[in-house]
Design a protein around this ligand. Structure first.
Ligand SMILES: Cc1ncc(C[n+]2csc(CCOP(=O)(O)OP(=O)(O)O)c2C)c(N)n1
Ligand SMILES: [Mg+2]
Length: 764
């Protein structure tokens, strides 16, 4: 063990050197024509050097996956190099286009990164839900995936409230395959973190059912605590405010002795003074910084202890020093600071790296290289398993008056009867019933990692809520961040476990914004899933403005990696859902889907008869529903095009009827995906142009949707004609549907009036 420790000590010095140097190279040595700062967080990275060394050169097993504290990526890249998984050119390409990303990205550097991180609070939670997704897979077919998920977080990262939302999730407390390490360096970006944090973390993790291991002080300091006067020293260090401790670490060697022996009233603690009397200044200074998170033996012990029990999640609260081992240590301004060329030279000499050998790894015949060769392999994902076929259509019928939300529930029910249904997992944040998942849940049950009694099983109920490891619906508490991050984890299982799941999440559409940051992260990380957002828009009517979504459609257009759909008719929901599921199994070529649905009953007789061509049109983004050119007396200069999406389609049809009575010829186009129509504009021949006839080049446009009007406002410009975009541009409120439509000018009358306006006719 001592030999191994000495080797690990030597390895961590090389990790510290390379991680600092590769950032220095990117900022100061590499050509940089425009001179803008490259950055690289030398201090944040140094804070985790010891822990990462212990992990990657001792503790990790082949089935462990890791979510790194994002700002420690330089140390992580240095380690990947020393473990032979990156070459020197990769290190030299830090933060270059196509090179190693600023923060660990599995999308860009999949050969070394298990899980993407970067935005505080999101990566850690996403990774924790990876542990849940892995558990889910194990409970549904015994699939081999990651055995354990190791997550590192900064202490200030825990200021993000979504972290605690996740820890409150009951299922998370059952995850014995989850290990968190908190990099407790007492520093944030700008400030020293509040003194109460250590205590709060301890209590909050414990209160959420976690095992808490503390790596407070190193062995040298702990040995000193057991000597006469040691109690007083320990008390002094434990009660010292963090800001004072950080300052202590930056005092000249001669200052630490006095500061440690100081009492609150400015006097001297004799016991401490006596204890330190036999020690040299430099030794005292070094002892003051002897925290657990830089003591390799202590770290290894903590890892061992964490590995011993796998009945619940574990957190290691590891005391560290930001900028450890460098002049940036505990510097209040160290977050974005970089070592100067002179400081780099001194560090090189201190760490025993020869000039000209800056990029050297371990010599093949060195003991360090020998240790690396003996290490177990790092995680490699298992090969992909085949996925059941997604059918082109379902044998499902829909009522004559049906909402798109209801159609979604029915289509999902039909999917549940297929083999494909075994791979579907639904998730909702406490709105399963109100988003039409009841039928699915009755059939498939609710997932919980441990079996749970159903006390009401004997009683008559409209819906069975039976929880077991076999269930296929995951019900979360009301926390949309959790919803999207869990969907993200379930939507990445093909990458880590070789099994494609088909995750479908439901929520009320306005709360897409509530979880938007998490949704964005999940998409950024490459996850594939379906979101059914319902109800949406002011069509919800009576329930009021807090629940009526207005700005989600433009979000749907803008989100990368996700197709936004707004179907009007039941059969369209079915086709779109199936297409969305098909996309989930297309790897990098596929996309997630966002279905914006409504509770408004719509007359299905208005829909065109189903056919293969009709399905193709729906999936291409839209189609012509009413062709005014067929009307008797059609005149092109009295023609207008009404583009409507989702719940607005019946209003547009009615407006077209009224306009015809008044001698105007309004064709109605149903937009099933504003997103696809918009994207299509970059094609040589946009699909939007195909919808409109060559004989209709000058026909003006009115657009209508139950959401912000700017969603469809591109259509006129794309067709080169005048347009009036209608929609909801203010907040919603309670009221009958027709009152709200009138209020926002999207009722049939409002649409007809706008048509008159673009036709240059007086208002009808
Ligand atoms: C959501 C989010 N907000 C803000 C930032 C900017 N930011 C980057 S690091 C940081 C502070 C990190 O402190 P801590 O988590 O303690 O990490 P340390 O650098 O101390 O290791 C902040 C605010 C971010 N990356 N993500
Ligand atoms: Mg910190």
């Amino acid at each position: 063990m001592p030999d191994r420790l000495a080797l690990l000590e030597s390895i961590q010095q090389r990790v510290l050197w390379l991680s600092t140097y590769l950032v220095h190279h990117a900022n100061a040595l590499r050509p940089n024509p425009d001179g803008s700062k490259v950055g690289g967080h030398q201090a944040s990275s140094a804070s985790l050097v010891s822990i990462l060394t212990a992990l990657y050169f001792d503790a990790l097993r082949p089935d462990d996956v890791v979510a790194l504290k994002a700002h420690a990526s330089p140390a992580f890249y240095a380690i990947q190099y020393l473990r032979g998984r990156l070459d020197v050119d990769a290190l030299k390409g830090l933060r270059t286009f196509g090179g190693l990303q600023a923060y660990p990205s599995r999308r860009k550097n999949p050969e070394i990164v298990d899980l993407s991180t970067g935005s505080m609070g999101l990566g850690a939670v996403a990774a924790s839900f990876t542990a849940l997704a892995t558990r889910y897979l194990a409970d549904h077919g015994g699939v081999q995936g990651p055995g354990r998920v190791v997550v590192m977080v900064g202490d200030a990262e825990l200021d993000e409230g979504n972290v605690w939302e996740a820890l409150l999730e009951e299922a998370v407390a059952t995850l014995g395959n989850l290990l968190w390490i908190v990099d407790l360096n007492r520093q944030s970006l700008d400030r020293v973190t509040p003194d109460a944090r250590r205590h709060q973390f301890r209590q909050m993790f414990a209160a959420n059912g976690w095992r808490v291991i503390e790596l407070r002080w190193g062995r040298r300091l702990r040995a000193l605590f057991s000597r006469p006067g040691g109690d007083a020293l320990e008390r002094r260090l434990e009660t010292m405010p963090s800001a004072e401790y950080q300052a202590l670490l930056r005092l000249p060697a001669s200052g630490a002795r006095k500061r440690l022996a100081q009492t609150p009233d400015g006097g001297t603690e004799r016991a401490v003074e006596g204890l330190l009397a036999g020690l040299a200044d430099a030794e005292i200074q070094s002892l003051a910084g002897d925290v657990g998170g830089h003591d390799l033996a202590a770290i290894l012990e903590a890892f061992e202890e964490a590995g011993r029990h796998r009945d619940r999640p574990t957190v290691i609260l590891a005391d560290t020093v930001k900028g450890w081992g460098s002049p940036l240590a505990a510097d209040p301004l160290n977050h974005g600071a970089l070592l100067t060329a002179g400081q780099i030279e001194q560090l090189r000499e201190r760490l025993g790296v020869a000039a000209g050998e800056e990029w050297a790894g371990f010599a093949p015949d060195s003991a360090e290289a020998g240790l690396v060769r003996e290490l177990p392999a790092l995680f490699v994902a298992p090969p992909a398993r085949p996925t059941p076929e997604v059918p082109a259509a379902l044998d499902e019928s829909y009522p004559a008056q049906a909402s798109t939300q209801e159609a979604f529930g029915r289509a999902l029910g039909a999917l549940g009867r297929l083999a494909l249904g075994e791979r579907i997992v639904t998730v909702s944040a406490d709105v399963a019933v109100t988003t039409h998942l009841a039928g699915w849940i009755n059939r498939k049950g609710v997932y919980f990692p441990t079996p749970r009694p159903n006390y009401v099983a004997e009683l008559p109920q409209a819906m069975q809520w039976s929880e077991s490891p076999a269930g296929q619906h995951i019900e979360l508490g009301i926390a949309e961040h959790n919803l999207f991050l869990l969907l993200g984890a379930l939507g990445l299982t093909h990458e880590l476990s070789g099994v494609t799941l088909f995750p479908i999440g439901t929520l009320y559409d306005p709360f897409v914004m509530r979880g938007l940051d998490a949704l964005y992260h999940a998409l950024y990380a490459g996850a594939r899933f379906v979101v059914a957002a319902t109800p949406s828009g002011v069509s919800l009517s009576w329930e009021g403005g807090a629940h009526q979504s207005v700005i989600t459609p433009p979000i749907g257009i803008a989100l990368p990696g996700m197709r936004y759909w707004e179907p009007a008719f039941a059969i369209e929901v079915e086709w779109i859902l199936l297409e969305a599921l098909r996309q989930l199994d297309r790897g990098a070529a596929g996309e997630s889907a966002y279905l914006r649905l409504s509770t408004k009953p719509v007359d299905q007789a208005l829909a065109p008869p189903p056919s293969d061509q009709q399905r193709d049109r729906v999936l291409a983004g839209g189609y012509r529903l009413v062709d005014a050119r067929a009307a008797p007396g059609y005149e092109p200069d009295r023609a207008v095009h009404l583009f409507a999406a989702g719940a607005m389609v019946p209003e547009a049809v009615e407006a077209s009827r009224r306009l015809l009575e008044q001698g105007a010829f309004a064709s109605v186009f149903v937009v099933t995906s504003p997103d696809l129509l918009y994207r299509g504009l970059r094609q040589p021949r946009p699909y939007l142009e195909e919808l409109v006839g060559a004989d209709e080049e000058d026909v003006p446009v009115v657009s209508a949707l139950d959401g912000h009007s700017h969603t469809l406002a591109f259509i006129g410009a794309a067709l080169g004609v005048t347009q009036i975009p209608l929609g909801v541009d203010g907040f919603g409120e309670s009221g009958a549907r027709h009152d709200l439509y009138r209020r926002h000018g999207i009722d049939a009358e409002g649409i007809a009036r706008a048509a008159d306006l673009v036709l240059g006719r007086s208002a009808s």
